[in-house]
Each structure stands twice: as C-alpha cells, then as structure tokens.
Design a protein around this ligand. Sequence first.
Ligand code: CTP
Ligand code: MG
Length: 223
Amino acid sequence: SPVVAVLPAAGSGVRLGAGVPKAFVEIGGVPMLVRAVDGLLSSGVVGHVVVVVPVEQLRDAVGLLPDRPVTVVPGGADRTASVAAGLAAIGPDAEVVLVHDAARPLTPAGVVRRVVDAVRAGAPAVIPVLPVTDTVKTVDDSGTVVSTVDRSALRAVQTPQGFRARELRLAYARGPDPATDDAGLVEALGEPVATVAGDPLAFKVTTGWDLRLAGLLLEDASA
Ligand code: CTP
Ligand code: MG
C-alpha cells in the first residue's frame, strides 16, 4: 500500500541566517530539500513526496525536483501549518504517511525503512530516537541547578515520523498545536507512539555549526 511523505521545507532558517530559506541552502552543491527528497525516495519504500515550501519559492522548488514523484505546495506561518498544508495535498489512498524535515538532509535510508516497517507492523505512530548522552539538569531563573534528570528514560527525537494516515489526519483535524511535534498530536489522541532507532546522521541542520558538520560528513563519505 502507498507510503506518502510530507516534507516541511517552508521555514525561513532564522538561526542559520543564510539569507535564503534554509531548505534551499546547498550542501556539497545540492540544496538540502533535494537531498531530503532523494533520501526518502532512495529508501525504496516511499512512493510520493509532498514538498512544502515558502510561497515565493514554489517555482524554484519545482525546477529543482525534475523527474521525481513529488507535489510542491505552499507552506504556512509555522511548521504545524506547513505540515497541515502538506497533508491536505495527499491523496485519499495513502495508508502510511511520513513527516520529515527538509533540514535533515543526511538521513540514512535505513531510518526511513525502520519507521515504515514499524507502522506496517501495526503502530499508529512511530518516531526515530537516540539516547541522550549528555547529563541533563533543570535550573531555576537564576541558573542554579534544581535537579539532575534521570537520563536513562530520555530520548532525543528525529524525523521521519511515521503514521497511519487516518490517525495523523484525525490529529490535525482536532486542531494542530504548534507546541508539540506531529507524534505529540497523535499521542494527545490517546494512541501509543512507538520508537525505533534513529541515526546520528539524521541530525537537524539548525545553525552554521550544523551546516559545516554536514559538509564535512559529505566530504568524508566521498573520500
Ligand atoms: N518549517 C516549515 N514551515 C515553517 C517553519 C518550519 O515547513 N513555517 C520546516 C523547516 O523548513 C524545516 C522543519 O520545518 O525543514 C524544521 O524547522 P526548523 O529547523 O525550525 O527550520 P526553520 O523554521 O526554517 O529554522 P528557524 O527556526 O531557525 O527559523
Ligand atoms: Mg523553526
């Protein structure tokens, strides 16, 4: 049955500060959104990608993605609104929907396949996660430590997040909440959210440091 991915790529990238929307910034000569689309398609389990971009970049995005099974649609004011716009463009026959940040351009195909496999095995929602390796503390307003968090039960969350299409549509129909991620909306419906192993390469490019790291990792891989 068909797997469709929604790729939110409509952010402006304020923290990166590249002067163009983040998804259009190149890594090794290829824009992040192109890397993210091709990464999803190379998994062999994604049949179509709905790419959500800033309205001013619609034509550019279409031009960057020739000969690929994609639909390009304009996004909204925040990520949640952009995902909602992408969901609205998905055909009624989709049974599994992935939501994947364009800002994770080096995500390995194995992560995509693990997420899809877990949804197919019956989970209504699936997220890729990594253990938290740093010690984590809570502090008060003055910066004084209040407590040390037990890190053994903590996980850092990546994308793609995978869903049975029905549950994700229902979650968004209930009213999207910008304060949570896509899986959080399904969690709010009372549905269990399963986890699979993420991958360090699925990290999100947020700052200039991350962009530099992504470039170095690509050079390393092609050396
Ligand atoms: N996103 C989106 N629409 C928005 C905001 C974000 O589609 N209105 C997308 C981004 O393009 C990105 C993903 O959501 O692929 C994760 O968001 P983030 O890393 O925060 O990207 P930006 O919002 O672009 O960056 P910043 O917050 O630094 O401005
Ligand atoms: Mg943002």
